[in-house]
Design a protein around this ligand. Structure first.
Ligand code: NAD
Ligand code: ZN
Length: 362
């Protein structure tokens, strides 16, 4: 199955399926042959479990192949690793005719994309996402590393040449990483499609999901993201809707300390907060939010985390968010499921909503 993403500068396909890596030997054979070298940038953990699956396809066709392992997880996205990757590319004698293959989750993809976009002013890269969450991060062309003073503060808009998403690798994800990724799938449903959301809300345990079902949800999610990115690549308008759950969610992630809670888990808490805000500013029904809270709790999202994060801390991060402008905090809220809109909220109202959030999830 494939979804085409058309942006102003480029058009690329996102392929999803069991065995999608075979496409390197078929559809992408000529493309890979057109490069003097293929460099796989991969996360250590992913490499240790799955690298053979990928190399098996690339080895026979690449003119030259090298592999650079980077630390697993968020630790990948540092200026030091960025520089280290550039050094590696130079040592391997890469040129503007070389290509990077990002093989890992969102962190690896964000770093590899940024490396690709800057090495010799930009060389092509292919995303091979290995997490559920990366159905989101691998599509849309945002690349980034972190600064000490803020996550994703250094980056580019740089679209991949292709996304090849082989779902075979997803079977080794931890329970926590499944929860993290599924939160972004649920976000894509909340901002786009009540029927699909109903279906997702029928899931009582992620363990019960079959690979066929998971693949379908991921393909829906990618289609939602692709349509939005096509309309607004640079986040001037509708792309902001993808931030649903992320304003409060990012604050939780930052205040809690990255690593103590996953991105998606923080976003799930953020979506509940922003649903409560959507009752106030949109037409979301309280009954719906309460049902959604029960659903999220049942799936094991870590609501008690909020107890160790005081509102003043969260506010500090919300006000620092790069989507904030002129002091007020802008949110993507829902008028109803499938109907997002943008709303500026002041600090007093944020605090009131925060109290309500803690009451209702506690
Ligand atoms: P991740 O890349 O840190 O991966 C999470 C963990 O899972 C890591 O420890 C990794 O080693 C492990 N892992 C990856 N694939 C595995 C597999 N198949 N089997 C077993 N373990 C595996 O995190 P993520 O959740 O994929 O992505 C989060 C990152 O994505 C954040 O840095 C976030 O900022 C970024 N992000 C970017 C965008 C974007 O548009 N560019 C969107 C959303 C998130
Ligand atoms: Zn996200």
């Amino acid at each position: 199955e494939s979804i085409t993403v058309n942006t102003h500068g480029s058009s690329y396909d996102v392929h999803i399926g069991e065995g999608a890596y075979h496409l390197f030997g078929t559809k992408y054979h000529e493309f890979i042959r057109s490069f003097d070298q293929v460099v796989v940038l991969t996360d250590e953990t992913v490499a240790s479990i799955h690298l053979d699956l990928l190399l098996q396809e690339l080895k026979p066709i690449a003119r030259q192949l090298s592999v650079k392992r980077i630390p697993a997880g968020e630790k990948a996205k540092t200026i030091e690793n960025f520089y280290d990757c550039q050094t590696f590319l130079l040592e391997q004698n890469c040129t503007r005719k070389s290509v990077i293959v990002a093989f890992g989750g969102g962190a690896c993809g964000d770093l590899a994309g940024f490396v690709a976009s800057t090495f010799m002013r930009g060389i092509p890269f292919i995303q091979c996402p290995t997490t559920i969450l990366a159905h989101d991060s691998a599509v849309g062309g945002k690349t980034a590393i972190n600064h000490e003073d803020g996550k994703n503060m250094i980056g580019t808009f740089y679209q991949p040449a292709a996304v090849i998403y082989d779902v075979r690798v997803l079977t080794t994800l931890s329970e926590q990483e499944v929860r993290s990724g599924m939160a972004e799938v649920i976000k894509h449903a909340l901002i786009s499609n009540p029927d699909w959301l109903d279906e997702l809300m029928g899931i009582s345990s992620f363990d019960d999901m079959t690979m066929v079902e998971l693949k379908r949800h991921l393909a829906y999610g990618i289609a939602v993201k692709a349509a939005i990115v096509e309309e607004d690549e640079r986040e001037q308008s509708v792309r902001k809707y993808l931030n649903f759950g992320h304003t409060y969610g990012h604050a939780i992630e930052a205040a809690g300390g990255y690593g103590s809670i996953t991105h998606g888990e923080a976003v799930m808490l953020g979506m509940v907060y922003e649903l409560i805000a959507s009752e106030r500013f949109g037409n979301v029904q309280k009954g719906f939010t309460d049902q959604f809270i029960d659903y999220a709790k049942h799936l094991g999202y870590p609501f008690p985390t909020i107890n160790r994060l005081p509102f003043v801390e969260l506010l500090k991060y919300m006000e620092k968010d790069k989507k904030a402008s002129f002091g007020a905090v802008q949110f993507a809220l829902l008028d109803q499921v499938g109907k997002p809109f943008l709303q500026v909220i002041d600090a007093d109202e944020l605090e009131r909503l925060d109290r309500e959030f803690r009451d209702r999830v506690g």
